[in-house]
Design a protein around this ligand. Structure first.
Ligand code: ADP
Length: 191
């Protein structure tokens, strides 16, 4: 394992695909910052900050928080010279507008890869119902999966056309999936 390259990664996958668990393992493995926009927003809601107050109703309905609230969060953590330390971005981008913003924010270095942790919809639906998070009501789950198909899935083409898309099967044991992800990422970063 090489410590030399600090990868700049986006991870995508349906809600409930296990991104949170895999991100922790990947961030520790590569020594990079894990930015989950969902976690940042939930913390803002818990604090009652201005961002949290604005975001809460969208989150409760399973809707996307407006793009302009997201840009500063992401730019402050992965923009400009922050990219040199590497990062793992989880939950952003969620639509083509956000993806274009990300390209601007991360220029000129750009990303190493966008990894799709691929798990079938029927499987993630069961997992979300089982985890019982506050915003996991049946209506909000449906809404989030629908938005994912409409708004987020087009990003696979967006990143593929830039030669950045890596697809990883997200079904199986945690360790097995993590090994798979690391080997796919190592191929991309050339270590
Ligand atoms: P999930 O993947 O289950 O939707 P997340 O933790 O990624 O969970 O996000 C929780 C909620 O936070 C989303 O339903 C959405 O309202 C909001 N959110 C997170 N990231 C973004 C983003 N990039 N753009 C807009 N809204 C976002």
């Amino acid at each position: 394992m090489s410590q030399a390259v600090r990868p700049r990664l986006v991870i995508m996958g349906r809600q409930g695909a296990g991104k949170g668990t895999q991100c922790e393992l990947l961030a520790a493995h590569y020594g990079i910052d894990h930015l989950s926009t969902g976690d940042v927003l939930r913390a803002a809601v818990a604090e009652g900050s201005e961002l949290g107050v604005k975001a809460k109703a969208f989150m409760d309905a399973g809707d996307l928080v407006p793009d302009e609230l997201m840009t500063d969060i992401v730019a402050s953590r992965v923009g400009g010279d922050k990219g040199a330390a590497g990062f793992l971005l989880d939950g952003f981008p969620r639509n083509v507008g956000q993806a274009e913003t990300l390209v601007e924010i991360t220029a000129p270095d750009g990303l190493h890869a966008c990894v799709n942790l691929d798990v079938e919809e029927s499987v993630v639906r069961e997992r979300m119902i089982a985890r019982g998070r506050e915003d996991d009501t049946p209506e909000a789950i449906d809404r989030r999966l629908q938005l994912y198909a409409q708004e987020t899935a087009p990003l696979f083409d967006f990143f593929d056309s830039k030669g950045l898309l890596v697809v990883c099967n997200g079904f199986g044991e945690v360790e097995e999936i993590s090994t798979r992800l690391i080997s796919s990422i190592d191929q991309v970063i050339g270590s």
